[in-house]
Ligand binder design. Sequence first.
Ligand code: WQD
Length: 337
Amino acid sequence: MKILVTGGAGYIGSHTVLQLIAAGHQVVVVDDFSNAKASVAGRLEELSGTSIPIHSFDVADLDKLNGLFDAEDFDAVVHFAGYKAVGESVANPLDYYGNNIGATISLLQAMDRHEVRHLVFSSSATVYGADPIVPMTEGLPTSATNPYGWTKVMIEQVLRDLVVAQPDNRIALLRYFNPVGAHPSGQIGEDPSAVPNNLMPFVAQVAVGRRDKLSVFGDDYDTVDGTGVRDYIHVEDLAAGHVAALHWIAEHDRTISTWNLGSGVGTSVLQLVNAFEKASGVKIPYEIAPRRDGDIAASVADPSLAHRELGWQTEKTVDDMCADTWRWQQANPQGYP
Ligand code: WQD
């Protein structure tokens, strides 16, 4: 199939682009490069062995989007493009609502105009809200504790309403747990533009000498060791989940499907630090700091629905995630050039 990947120059998008090409699909990327570097394009072409058309514009630009849909005959869209920093969304809610929801509406309008009916949407476990029942199942009610999370909740609702009005759409909502890791080549990976908000890239930057020490945000949670527990998923497993979902919606009549993409395994902050030290051979200095606003004690997926329906499950372990992250970080201490 010919697939449009929005945000395909980003962390999860770039890994998914490689797996779509490896699965035999033709990929076209659109990315505004607000959170990605141009140098990822060369890495992707090198790793995929093929040229990948990359269009640099904002998905919200409906004229440019229609121009692209006029020029290419897409079979489906995988939609990653969006801002994703929780703290930033609290400070700039209008940017987040405008960009994340606005871009999605433009994309849906262009798809409708060109009768492109298959969509895989990048959602997030953050839609399970402040106090989820763990492990989380797809039927739980959704809510959020920050504008970023609300954009995901709202876009899911837009898509549920869309398929009522246009039942020939086939849509997959993929709720990511905590994506980490990097392509085993070490040539593409997570490259936060500023101080990393997320744990794994911060730990990797401590290990490579870019940061002095890790602040552990609270050790008084009701968890195995008092630190936050999360369901880390290797970005390669996550990318494979997108390919599986794309194939499933192409072969089934359900208008909209929701799948958790997680491992079902919880790992605490200190357990992740320990695993990273083992993988890198580098001691990670840390201090216990106050809890971070909005953090929950534990978030772990029940991934059984995706396993049952998609035949998909995670294969990589936390040790693999740390080893692959470390290889990427060592080869690219400052991220992408
Ligand atoms: C993981 C754990 C922190 C940094 C967020 C978004 C989610 C998704 C992934 C976009 C927590 C602790 C972290 C640090 C720490 N993003 N931590 N020191 O908060 O589970 O999820 O990112 O889709 O939507 O909500 O991920 O990596 O920030 O935190 O102690 O310097 O690590 O308290 O327990 P989180 P995270």
